[in-house]
Write a new protein. Structure first.
Length: 684
């Protein structure tokens, strides 16, 4: 009976493994110049061909040797198959004579050609080419089998497919001409070849799936459009498009480096930011209908064969008076522009002040005369009477810029050069949260602390954070250069972190109802991020030394000074992991507490539904240890103080027999679906 059970378990195990795609590795295939030329025995019937193997980009499946019919993956008993975005060519007979029922081309944006009989004699029931916008050639008998009789020609609306007989040179007059979307026989003897270029009069209209948007902004494009003309519609997902943004780190625009031959812009567009269409093959661009256009950013069309563009008239602004470049030169609508390295922004007749901001940023905020303006680099400030006006400029990654301008009856043009901050911000753009280990008497408890909102306290902006387990909020403020972090507690502000410290400097650290001056014993860098370590090991459990970490805060989070007076032993936090904009960007790998990131970290979840508190008794224990609350327990682990695991129980039980343990102190880790708690116990 045991043998049959074992056999059944093995069969079930194999089926479970095969139910998921197996990603090919260098052990499975032979690669030459990016082409898979041979295949060894496969470890699964459900395979995925990745974009790279051992650092080599996979661009194709090679043709059979000597022009035969021995395709690379022919007769391998494959049942499902997925291609990556790098695949461009699938050779003849590549996957013939398999058992493929699921064929996934959803990521094959760059697929260009499929050879004869590539998928013949497979029980494929449907083929979806909708994302294969660059596919230009489909060989004969490609999908010929008893299961599929026809498939739909893919591509871009307005293109044509030309059919000509197998074995013949491409004729001047094709045997048949078909449109994209036409259904053709899967067992046709014709080779279909797509018209490669889309005409300027019939461009490809971008769909929602082609771009990544945020509100009214396009910030990324999902695949290339080599040799194509495109038209950007006025809206995506029913939201009007007003701006094309750029990646300030990569210095690349949303539509740069796509191989475009031309583009038609939407009339709704207001901002074409830096590098937006740089490094394509665009011959010309027509702005004449863009009556709302306010900005053409630096290098927006650089690296294209176009030699000029003409500035349009902005009819959406009643006070429109022309254009101004980043050097302060004024232009009229209709003027010809040949320098693509500068930016060009509208200016208004009522403008008393024009502020030109120098720096690589997406957007900046200008505050002047009790008003706030969002700037892409050049901003007109209207209707300022004579006098002196202080103003500030803020942009992510830069120090706050302060200056004063004097208006004396004529338009003033000023230049503000932003200085990059010396340190990275510890906070995300949208949200930040922290999972911490909280020390309480004779026990540990995990907690999640998350960002709620910004508030003003004594004319300072603080970020409000809230604990899942404890009542009350935390208030945190960061200096403009991100070097210092402060916490506001009981009408007083305390310094939590200082990255400007160097070795042998001192820091006033609050703990155990008092404060001590602690020496900085080390300053070092990891991945270009500064670490300032204090000569302070805070308790008998031997946790890591206290550190300030650039772009994070401290290895104890930002909330370690969370009571007044400060009660070190009962309230101290050890940071387990941190999240920024939903992404985990820090994990504490120290000893047995590494990797505990299971606590909900972004949502203000009802505490009553996530009770993970554990009470054990008696403590000290002689033999039987009782756990008061076993709801949601996934497993219980027991460690000695050296970190060695003594026992693990993988089900929720209320009583543990610890009579076998040697006398001493141990750590009991209780893992629940809602979080993890570690309790220190003593064995007598």
């Amino acid at each position: 009976m045991k043998k049959w059970c074992t056999l059944l378990l093995l069969v079930l195990s194999v089926n479970l493994i095969n139910a998921q795609n197996y990603v090919l590795t260098a052990d499975d295939v032979v690669i030459v110049d990016g082409y898979i030329v041979a295949c060894n025995a496969l470890q699964s019937v459900n395979i995925e061909i990745p974009s790279a193997i051992n650092g080599q980009e996979i661009v194709g499946i090679a043709e059979p040797e000597d022009g035969g019919e021995g395709g690379v993956f022919r007769s391998k008993n494959i049942q499902s198959l997925k291609f990556s975005e790098t695949i461009k060519y699938i050779g003849s007979y590549s996957f013939a004579d398999n058992s493929i029922t699921n064929l996934d081309f959803s990521q094959a944006y760059n697929l260009d050609s499929i050879g004869n009989n590539a998928f013949s004699d497979n029980p494929i029931s449907s083929i979806d080419f909708s994302n294969c916008v660059n596919l230009s050639k489909i060989g004969s008998f490609v999908f010929c089998s008893a299961s599929v009789e026809s498939f739909i020609l893919p591509g871009i609306a307005g293109q044509k497919w030309y059919g000509f007989e197998l074995g013949q040179a491409e004729p001047e007059i094709p045997a048949s001409i078909s449109d994209v979307g036409d259904m053709v026989s899967a067992c046709t003897y014709l080779i279909y070849k797509k018209e490669v270029h889309v005409s300027e009069d019939n461009p490809y209209i971008l769909a929602d799936s082609d771009v990544e948007t945020s509100g009214s902004m396009i910030y990324a494009v999902n695949h290339k459009f080599i040799g194509k003309y495109i038209l950007i519609p006025e809206s995506f997902d029913n939201v009007e498009i007003k701006s094309i943004v750029w990646n300030s780190t990569a210095k690349a625009g949303a539509f740069s480096n796509l191989g475009l031959l031309g583009v038609t812009l939407p009339q709704s567009i207001e901002y074409i930011n830096k590098y937006s269409f740089a490094n394509n093959s665009i011959q010309s661009v027509n702005f004449s209908q863009l009556s709302k256009l306010k900005l053409i950013g630096e290098y927006a069309f650089a690296g294209n064969p176009m030699t000029y563009f003409i500035l349009p008239e902005n009819t959406s602004e009643d006070a429109f008076a022309g254009w101004i470049d980043s050097n302060g030169q004024l232009y009229n609508s209709g003027d010809t522009i040949r320098d693509f390295t500068l930016s060009y922004e509208v200016y208004l007749t009522e403008a008393s002040l024009i502020i030109n901001i120098i720096g690589d940023f997406d957007h900046a905020t200008i505050t002047i005369n009790d008003k706030t303006y969002i700037s892409n680099g050049h901003t007109s400030i209207p209707s300022l009477s004579n006098g002196k006006y202080p103003y500030t400029i803020e942009a992510d990654g830069y120090l706050v810029f302060y200056d004063t301008v004097e208006i004396n009856g004529s338009r003033q043009i000023v230049f503000a050069e932003l200085e990059e901050t010396p340190y990275d911000s510890p906070f995300g753009v949208e949200n930040s949260s922290y999972n911490v280990l909280q020390i309480i008497p004779d026990a540990f408890m995990t907690d999640s602390i998350f960002y709620v909102e910004d508030i003003s306290i004594l004319n300072q902006v603080y970020k409000t954070f809230r604990s899942r387990e404890r009542a009350g909020d935390f208030y945190i403020r960061v200096s403009s250069d991100y070097s210092k972090i402060y916490q506001y507690i009981n009408d007083a502000e305390y310094l939590v972190m200082d990255l400007d410290l160097e070795k042998n400097d001192t820091f006033l650290l609050h703990y155990e109802n008092s404060a001590d001056t602690i020496l900085v014993d080390s300053v070092y860098y990891v991945d270009s991020k500064k670490h300032v370590r204090l000569n302070f090991l805070e308790n008998e459990f031997g946790f890591e030394r206290f550190e300030f970490i650039e772009g994070l805060g401290t290895n104890h989070g930002l909330f370690y000074q969370n009571t007044a007076p400060f009660d070190f032993y009962e309230k101290w936090f050890l940071l387990l992991c941190a999240y920024r904009d939903g992404e985990n960007f820090y994990i504490n790998h120290f000893n047995e507490f590494s990797g505990h990131c299971a606590v909900s970290h972004l949502l203000n979840t009802d505490e009553n539904t996530l009770d993970c508190r554990t009470v054990v008794y008696p403590n000290p224990v002689v033999d039987i240890l009782t756990i008061n609350n076993i709801n949601g327990i996934e497993r219980i682990e027991l460690y000695d103080l050296s970190g060695r695991q003594v026992e693990i129980v993988k089900h929720n039980i209320a009583k543990l027999d610890l009579s076998y343990l040697e006398p001493g102190d141990y750590l009991l880790k209780v893992v629940r679906t809602a979080g993890t708690q570690v309790v220190k116990i003593s064995k007598w």
